[in-house]
Design a protein around this ligand. Structure first.
Ligand SMILES: [Zn+2]
Length: 108
């Protein structure tokens, strides 16, 4: 009986470990229950959290909703010019306004 309790506790620990890696707590806990907490722990350790890291480097294009690099200055799918961090936006806005003023001045 004590082994069963220990098994379940280990499964919960593996689930908690998986959730710390942005993985499904319930999913990996159940997987540990079925397989073995040790095996699932190794699986979680091996797979880590590559998806979340990737997702952190990606963001959605406001124009076409495709996933693009966080640091991208324009969308590779639709070519939409992207605003960066709020600070960069402020900076680029001032350059834009002066740029457009120059342009309109040239046009006239
Ligand atoms: Zn786009």
């Amino acid at each position: 009986m004590i082994y069963l309790i220990l098994w379940v506790v280990l499964c919960i620990l593996v689930g908690a470990y998986a959730s710390s890696k942005n993985r499904s707590f319930i999913g990996f806990m159940l997987l540990a229950l079925i397989l073995s907490p040790l095996i699932v722990f190794i699986i979680v350790a091996l797979i880590g959290a590559p998806d979340s890291q990737k997702a952190n480097n990606l963001r959605k294009c406001p124009a076409c909703a495709e996933s693009i690099q966080k640091d991208a200055s324009f969308c590779r799918f639709c070519g939409n010019k992207l605003e960066e961090s709020p600070k960069a936006v402020e900076k680029s806005n001032t350059t834009y306004s002066s740029g457009s003023n120059n342009k309109s001045g040239l046009d006239i």
